[in-house]
Design a protein around this ligand. Sequence first.
Ligand code: TXA
Ligand code: MG
Length: 345
Amino acid sequence: MRTQILPLSPNMTPAIAEAARILMAGEVVAFPTETVYGLGANGLCDEAVGKIFDAKGRPGDNPLILHISETQEIHELVSEFPEKARRLAEAFWPGPLTLVLPKSARVPERVSAGLSTVAVRCPKSEAARALIRACGFALAAPSANTSGRPSPTSAAHVFHDLSGKIPLILDGGECEVGLESTVLSLYPKPTLLRPGLVTKEMIEGVIGEEVCVHEAVMSKINGETPSPGMKHAHYAPNAQVFVAKAETPQDAAMKICEKYEEFASKGKKCTIFATIQTQTFYSSKNYVIMGDRDLPHAICARLFALLRSAEGAGFDVIFIESLKAKGAGLAFMNRALRSAGFNFI
Ligand code: TXA
Ligand code: MG
C-alpha cells in the first residue's frame, strides 16, 4: 500500500474531506492532535478498529481512546457521566485529558479490550475536531507509532513507522504538547493512570479532592493494572536508555559522565539528554539540550522527537537527566522511565 501525506495548511478542507472519505469506508488514517499524532478509525465499528491493531502491531488487550468533537457526544459512548467528569470536561475540554468511564453498549469490544469502561477525550486540535465532525462518528485513535516505540509528534515520525501500512497521513506540523493526554479514571476514586500536561494538581483544583497516582506510573509492577496495556513496553527507541536519578541535577550529571565513560570505553556510541542548567558538565561529550528545568512543558514537548533523532543518528546508549516528578515533570518522568524500561543509574 502506498502511504499518502496530505498537508493541512494553508486550507485544511480538501485534506479533511479525503481523510473522512477513507475513514467512512472503514479504513485507518493518521491525523495530528495537540498531543501526538493519532491513528484513527471509526470507533463504533469493530472491524475498522481491528485495522488499527494490525497496522500498529498493538496487543489486543490494550484498549483505545475514543475521540469526540464536542462534550455532548460523550452520551452515546458512556453509561454514566458523573458530576466530577462533567466538571473536568468543562474545565479541560477540548484538551489533553482522557476520562475513563463505564461504557455504553455502543462501544465495540475491541475498543475497550473487553473492559467494562471506555476512555474518551475531546482533543484541542482544530484539525482533529474537524475530522471527527466530517466523519460523524467518534474516532478510536491510539498514538500513530508502531507499538512499543516513542509516540510520533510529526508526520515524518508516523511515516517512518507506518509507511506502507496505512493509506493516509494528514500533516499538521509538529504537535504542540508532544506527550500523550493525561488518563484519569474516576472509579472507585480519582486515579491518574497516565500523567500528562493536565496535571494532578490541576485536576485536584477542579474536583476539590485528592487524585491518586497509580503505582504503575513511576514503577514497574507485575500485579493487576486497570488496563493491561499499562504493563506493555512503551516509548522505547532502538537504543539502550538510562534515566539518571540523583539528589541534585549536578549529582545526576556526574553520574552520567561516569557511566558515559564506561560505555564509551567499550566502544558504545553515547549521548546525553541534558538541561541548560547542567550542560557545562558535558563539554567534551555528545549531548543535546532538552530545555530549561524551570520550563518542564517545553522539555516534555521535545522528548519523543529527541529519542527518535538520537536513534536516527545511530547512538547505542542514551542517558536522560531526571526532572522533579511534579506537575509536567511527572509526565516527563513517566515517559522517560518507560522509554528506559525502568533502567536507571
Ligand atoms: O494524547 C493521546 O491520548 C493520544 C492522542 C492520539 O489522542 N492517544 C493515545 O492513545 O495516547 P494510546 O492508545 O497510545 O494510549 C491510550 C492509553 C493507554 O495507556 C491505555 O491503556 C489507556 O489509555 N486506556 C484506554 N482505555 C482504557 C480503559 N478503559 N481503562 C484504562 N485505561 C485505558
Ligand atoms: Mg501509545
